[in-house]
Design a protein around this ligand. Structure first.
Ligand code: PEP
Ligand code: MG
Length: 582
């Protein structure tokens, strides 16, 4: 039995079989020389591996097209093209013939040369292609080795996925029925991969450093998403302990789900809106099942991922209309395209940047690529006729950007009016507050916005200069840093003066101790992964507004993030011991 420590990013406990998706050294193959007579045999083996990979990819493409739609399956057309690359194939043949080595070794050398060549190209689109080549290369190598392969898209049994890293798009493709947990070497608590795990409601641990090299397929492990532990080959006592914990966790979830139809109201009658964050429309049943009062953040960029073209206006309109209709009369806040940071789109040619989180992204990108922006705004406005939609812009850093975005929105509205296309004339438009400059000038921004949505995930990263996906500095990523509380407080105060409402839609909103603090700071709405809604509701329903205000006031007096965190957790523990233990 061996225990590894990482960062807990999605709660719960899972015990099961490992599926190593890819370790860092997957393509490192030992050199094995062969006799000259065996050269034709190796060439045939390589050809057979290519044929097998091709038929697998055709199968997956078909399955994805059936399950998720044609657009989602398009990524595999790109994969199939790689298999047709004559230069790559000929290079492998010559290596086998000239150096008398196995097909595995020859292929690993050639493919690694491709990776290196691509890594040096200064083009984000081509950089994305490396991921495709890696994916295809992995399949070919697995077929050569005769390894049993389990694609994450179609699994036969429950597995715990272990990988060096998982991209948000890979996570999006996972077979949600059979992936019961995952753990990765790298990543931070608010990386989008972690956020996806929470939306899938499976335990996950990231930042484990070397886990992908330490475990092998089929090994039994425990993932403790509450404490950030991975236990390899657990002894019977540990399995028993975790079995009980899993049961307790499930009981608590069932207990909390009973609050579903109740409102989030403090003991002295103060109402708060509790809404859900979604990445995909297929999360809507879970949103409804957990009793959300609407969707406070619909991250539309996932719609643009895993595909080689851009979604058309009609396609987006149908998708947003569908979400609007399913939630109506409840509100859905659609966030306009927020690409960049750790989310890249294969369909858009965005140059590689030194600091992608601080680069040409989100609203900055949309204000330049107005063609892409207008298409999305038209689709959102058209869909607003069929439900209760609001829209908001990500990464606003100053009033000029907000005014420009609003001007483009007005232009799009005029277009629709002249085309006699109906839309909600009173649609509310919000600004995300996720850059310190936006929080500090929220009095100015409030003049151009109907509401604010504080994106604490980014606000923390930019205020504290801590990359949200870097596990090495994750200890500095403190939602309770006094600077963060001051920025949130300032934003809420300015919003109240301007008589507009404020939401927090970052991951901080889904932590019960933080929810009490935010309630005390005067927040109007909290939006989170839907699984977190019941426990947040329970916390809100267990205090008075006055109590929460006292917690917030005391918290603001401390000097360090750690003191504030411990203080808020102690308060929650005193108010709600059972929730805390769960
Ligand atoms: C945030 O930054 O807090 C946020 C909600 O947006 P995202 O996590 O998608 O960057
Ligand atoms: Mg953000």
């Amino acid at each position: 039995m061996e225990t590894f420590h990482g960062i807990p990013v999605s709660p719960g406990v899972a015990f099961g079989k490992v599926l190593v998706l890819h370790s860092e050294d997957f393509f490192a193959v030992s050199k094995i020389e062969i006799s000259i007579e065996n050269v034709p045999k190796e060439i045939i083996r390589f050809e057979e591996a290519l044929t097998k990979t091709r038929s697998e990819l055709f199968g997956i493409r078909k399955k994805i097209a059936q399950d998720l739609g044609y657009e989602q399956s398009d990524i595999f057309s790109a994969h199939l093209l790689i298999l047709e690359d004559r230069t790559l194939i000929e290079d492998v043949f010559s290596k086998i013939k000239e150096e008398h080595v196995t097909a595995e070794y020859a292929f690993s050398l050639v493919i690694q040369r491709y990776f290196q060549a691509f890594a040096q190209i200064n083009d984000e689109y081509l950089k994305e292609r490396v991921a495709d080549i890696k994916d295809v290369g992995r399949r070919i190598l697995q077929n050569l080795r005769g390894e049993k392969k389990d694609s994450l898209v179609r699994l036969k049994e429950n597995v715990i996925v272990i990988a060096h890293d998982l991209s948000p798009s890979e996570t999006a493709m996972m077979d949600r029925q059979h992936v019961i947990a995952f753990a990765t070497d790298i990543g931070g608590p608010t990386s989008h991969t972690a956020i996806m795990a929470r939306s899938m409601e499976i335990p996950a641990v990231v930042g484990l450093d070397r886990i992908s090299r330490e475990v092998s397929n089929g090994e039994m492990i425990v993932i403790d998403g509450n404490r950030g532990l991975v236990i390899v080959s657990p002894d019977p006592l540990t399995i028993d302990r975790y079995g009980k914990e899993e049961k307790r966790f499930d009981e608590l979830v069932t207990e909390l789900d009973k609050l579903k139809s109740l409102v989030a109201e403090t003991l002295d009658g103060h109402r708060l809106m509790l809404t859900a964050n979604i990445e995909f429309p297929d999360e809507i049943p879970s949103v409804i099942a957990h009793g959300a009062e609407g969707i406070g953040l619909y991250r539309t960029e996932y719609f643009y991922m895993n595909r080689t073209d851009l979604p058309s206006e009609e396609e987006q309109f149908q998708a947003y209309r569908n979400v609007a209709e399913r939630l109506a009369p409840k509100a859905v806040v659609v966030r306009t395209l927020d690409l960049g940071g750790d989310k890249f789109l294969s369909s858009l040619e965005v140059p590689r940047e030194m600091n992608p989180f601080m680069g040409w992204r989100a609203i900055r990108f949309c204000l330049t690529r107005t063609d892409v922006f207008k298409t999305q705004l038209r689709a959102i406005l058209k869909a607003s006729h069929y439900g209760n939609l609001k829209l908001m812009y990500p990464m606003v850093s100053n009033i000029i950007e907000l005014k420009q975005a609003n001007q483009i929105l007005e232009d799009v509205k005029s277009e629709l009016r002249s085309e006699k296309v109906p839309f909600d004339e009173k649609i509310e438009v919000g600004a995300m507050i996720e850059i310190p400059s936006a929080a500090l000038t929220s009095d100015i921004l409030a003049r151009e916005a109907d509401f604010f949505s504080i994106g604490t995930n980014d606000l923390i990263q930019y205020s504290l200069a801590v990359d949200r996906v870097n596990e090495k500095i994750a200890y500095l990523y403190e939602p309770t840093h006094p600077a963060i509380l001051k920025l949130i407080h300032h934003t809420i105060d300015n919003a109240k003066k301007a008589k507009i409402w404020t939401s927090v839609c970052g991951e901080m909103a889904g932590d019960p101790a933080m929810a009490l603090l935010l309630l005390g700071l005067g927040i109007d709405q909290l939006s989170m992964s839907s699984f977190a809604l019941p426990k947040i509701k329970k916390a809100i329903r267990s205090v008075t507004l006055k109590q929460a205000q006292e917690i917030a006031a005391r918290a603001m007096e401390f000097h360090t993030g750690d003191e504030i965190k411990r203080f808020c957790e102690l308060k929650l523990k005193a108010i709600l011991p059972e929730l805390y233990e769960g």
